[in-house]
Write a new protein. Sequence first.
Length: 122
Amino acid sequence: MNAHRQIIFYEHYFTDFYLLQNEKVQEKIEYIFKIVRTVQNVPKKFLDHLTGTNGLFEIRIEFESNIYRVFCCFDKGNLVVLFNGFHKKTQKTPKNEINLALKLKDEYFNSKKLENNGKRKN
């Protein structure tokens, strides 16, 4: 069965990262996004929950000998919200990248709450 997930970008962080990559890396990112959008059970090699976080995932992209990560979360099941991306140069994921992703995730859900509260008051 095909999953039909929608991918959206929160703020500008992912786009900034994406535009810095060369065409081949961008193509690989697009390929992985297609898997995330259409495959019901995405293999852990492409999408995995970040241990020790509440609902933060990383999309994993490998191209040649380079490793890239894009942080994301799920919203309402089929909506994938992208946050920041980076070129991974060491075994450990940089703490500042994780912290940024967690901050963006909180901002995203808080802004949705505010929108929903605003709609209810009208």
